[in-house]
Design a protein around this ligand. Structure first.
Ligand SMILES: [Mn+2]
Length: 327
């Protein structure tokens, strides 16, 4: 990590733009379990580079969920061997996930990100930790350098900002996020914002509704009422035939309870390990809780993995760490 810090050059928006112009046959890496921000950012970058006459394609360890078809529609990637790799919205090389080694271990020439926990693994880094989304970083990178916007790119950026702010519910949505979206809406009033919001934040499959009902019934709440935890056994996902992306928003359920400051979602994986999502209210720093388990992220939204342990023990340890952090 310290070695990484030394070899990583921090860029400003101007220098990042100059670097974009020098790219050639580039693979754009996004993180595993892709979300609206990395998909929106990746595809926006692809479209930007295409308009600059530069060939690129988006590479992800996991399939892009159909929920994000508004981002991917009309994009056909060419087949070509990469001359270089860049990344967007990926704080740590580990988050590339299960990619082929020639991508996973490749030198990353440029990383565009908004995670304060970024490990500086790239040679060059445009990092704006106060931005709500990588797509917000991209919006201002474009604006400051006069990179032409299109309706397709605007839709990508809108979806990235909307999803990473939980449709503007999270405290990471600063004035710059609202302004970016305001400018996008003013320039492209015809985009289906209301329909996108309903699809992204309201609609659920029948299986997902039934799953949520069961999870809410069994939710664990600490004595203080400030920590709530949902445990999702792998067998339950199978029972409702849910894909991992279908249960993405589950992490927000515990935060629907009045008084809860830390919401924990512990998802058992097929191999018996656990993926943990943490959400924080006004007074919580969940990145510190995640760090105790070797994870990281933002103050209000973080994650970690737990390799093994009985579900009861893992859940108890998570609850305890969360409660301790609120003292
Ligand atoms: Mn993001």
């Amino acid at each position: 990590m310290e070695q990484d810090m030394q070899n990583c050059r921090r860029l400003d928006r101007r220098a990042a733009y100059e670097m974009l112009q020098t790219l050639e046959d580039v693979y754009i890496l996004i993180h595993r379990s892709p979300d609206g921000d990395c998909i929106g950012g990746g595809y926006a970058l692809h479209r930007i580079l295409k308009d600059m006459g530069i060939r690129s394609r988006v590479i992800c360890a996991d399939p892009i969920p159909p929920l994000y078809s508004a981002i991917t529609n009309g994009v056909e990637f060419e087949d070509f061997a990469p001359k270089m790799h860049i990344s967007i919205d990926v704080a740590d090389r580990k988050l590339f996930g299960d990619l082929a080694p020639e991508h996973k271990d490749s030198e990353v020439l440029l990383c565009i990100d908004h995670h304060g926990t970024n490990t500086h693994y790239a040679k060059n880094l445009l990092l704006e930790p106060h931005a709500s989304a990588a797509c917000e970083v991209l919006f201002y990178l474009m604006k400051e350098n006069g990179i032409p916007m299109t309706a397709e790119i605007a839709a990508c950026l809108y979806i990235g900002i909307a999803t990473d702010t939980g449709c503007f519910q999270f405290s990471n949505a600063g004035a710059d996020a609202f302004e970016a979206v305001g400018e996008i809406k003013r320039a492209y009033p015809e985009l289906p914002y209301a329909r996108l919001n309903r699809e992204l934040f309201v609609l659920k499959s029948q299986g997902r509704i039934r799953l949520d009902a069961g999870l809410m019934r069994d939710i664990r709440i600490s004595d203080s009422g400030r920590t709530a935890l949902i445990y999702l056994p792998y067998s339950l996902m199978q029972h409702y035939r849910l894909s991992p992306d279908e249960v993405d928003g589950v992490a927000n359920l515990p935060m629907q309870i009045v008084g809860v400051e830390i919401g924990i979602t512990c998802k058992q994986q097929e191999d018996g390990s656990y993926r943990v999502s943490l959400r924080g209210g006004d007074h919580a720093d969940v990145s510190a809780v995640a760090a105790k388990f070797g994870g990281g992220g933002h103050i209000k939204a973080s994650g970690c993995s737990v390799k093994e342990g009985a579900p009861e023990d893992v859940c108890a340890a998570l609850m305890q760490a969360a409660e301790a952090s609120l003292q």
